[in-house]
Design a protein around this ligand. Sequence first.
Ligand SMILES: Cc1cc2nc3c(=O)[nH]c(=O)nc-3n(C[C@H](O)[C@H](O)[C@H](O)COP(=O)(O)OP(=O)(O)OC[C@H]3O[C@@H](n4cnc5c(N)ncnc54)[C@H](O)[C@@H]3O)c2cc1C
Ligand code: SF4
Length: 498
Amino acid sequence: MGKPTGFMEIEREESFERDPIERINDWNEYSAPFTDDEMKRQGARCMDCGTPFCHIGMDIDGATSGCPVYNLIPEWNDLVYKGKWKEALDRLLKTNNFPEFTGRVCPAPCEGSCTVAINDPAVAIKNIEQAIIDKGFENGWITPRIPDHRTGKKIAIVGSGPAGLAAADQLNQAGHKVTVYERADRAGGLLTYGIPNMKLDKDVVERRVQLLRDEGVEFILNTEVGKDISADEIKSSYDSVILCTGAQKHRDLPIEGRDGKGIRFAMDYLTRATESLLDDKVQAEEELDAKGKDVIVIGGGDTGADCIATALRQGANSIVQFGKHPQLPIKRTEDNMWPAYPQVFSLEYAHKEAKYKFGEDIRQYSIQTKKFVTDENGKLKELHTVEMKKTRDENGMFVFEEIPGTEKVWPAQLVLIAIGFEGAEQPVLKAFDVHVERNRVDAKYGDFQTNIDHVFAAGDARRGQSLIVWAINEGREVAHQVDQYLMGETALPTVANM
Ligand SMILES: Cc1cc2nc3c(=O)[nH]c(=O)nc-3n(C[C@H](O)[C@H](O)[C@H](O)COP(=O)(O)OP(=O)(O)OC[C@H]3O[C@@H](n4cnc5c(N)ncnc54)[C@H](O)[C@@H]3O)c2cc1C
Ligand code: SF4
């Protein structure tokens, strides 16, 4: 274990972030580098408790608790504490293909179920994970692993997000020839076009994609399956196909004035911002540039937070974020006890930045947008809202009621709709003729097989919009199944045999 008395002597260090004063002026990662010594101290806080809930991911009351890829957290905490970084890296890579992504952007459900967190701040697991993998790259310990045998089997993966990349990595290492089809000009899915650069530097994503290329995975970009190449051609050319197309079907807000200029989906906004950052030739569309504008983000989740951080860097005049739900409590309530994911108030990186810039928390809770109003040129000029009360109906279900007299008008020239996703985009699923249930591919977790012979599905396309760590889990698990299907046996790991 770490230091036996570490959790009593050492406090959790919270400041592994750059100062907002500095970081809102650039697009570099907001996290700050940490020293070996700092990480050693944080690793020392691990109790190596008898039942480490931190390393087993499960759903409790609809939220993930513990690590969905079963990272061997107490083991690598101990190794970091002892300065055995290479051994810690070997342990980490046993369970997680891409710790450089999760170490930066995972919401760390492991920390909510850390035993130290029962009455103290959790062990800084996510930071330690990032430190281990970053050291691995810095020291040249991560090199291409070229498989020494090839099976002759060919696999097509549609979609290059974390699910597709994890499946590609596993199946390539098993000796199969893997080809990944991606409609965007860069691989990575939401890791590339979705999550902004200040959370996850695009060089970090490209470094991993290049490593996979060096190991033998082929990427075919700018190619939409079902349009640029038919599903039938893919099915007949490969021994197995895995659909990892994500769940990016927007949820809209069809209220009065919705077709005004300046009311856009968050994903269009975030994608264009990253495109223009990565490619000087891509100009930010005027409508999607927050500079000098009053910006309102509708939706209280992480996508909304990413819009805030982006609009700040573009020089927005003001930013407000609307959330439907009331503010969360400061501490856990009785119906949200450890080891469930803590549903408590927090300031995300974007909220800290906005608070620094505008002097207050920019979130508005329990609020509903009633209509958009445009000027004579059809450009957005204001939003009308009303406050809501969250209560339970006679069946005990939550319902929202308008509070009379709380109507308000907000000036705005840019509104970003970030109220979630309805599920997987349907055209590609129709092209493969796979069954769909509630907008997701109907394939059972554990076997991932669709109704179509040799076509499998994994990640958000199967599960609905989720987390990177779950996408990695599903990529690994589907790889296990596909290898078994093709070879009649498999040595690829599954969480069931770890
Ligand atoms: C703005 C935003 C921020 C987020 N931030 C976080 C975060 O901080 N932490 C976290 O854990 N999770 C976060 N998430 C969720 C996380 O990104 C997703 O759960 C994860 O990326 C899902 O992985 P995936 O591989 O299943 O799909 P995706 O990452 O969505 O990738 C699907 C890929 O398939 C491609 N594709 C689709 N159809 C076709 C086709 N017909 N032909 C070829 N290619 C196709 C798409 O272009 C895309 O590249 C965020 C999500 C959003 C929207
Ligand atoms: S992947 Fe996420 S849940 Fe797992 S150890 Fe890392 S931060 Fe925690």
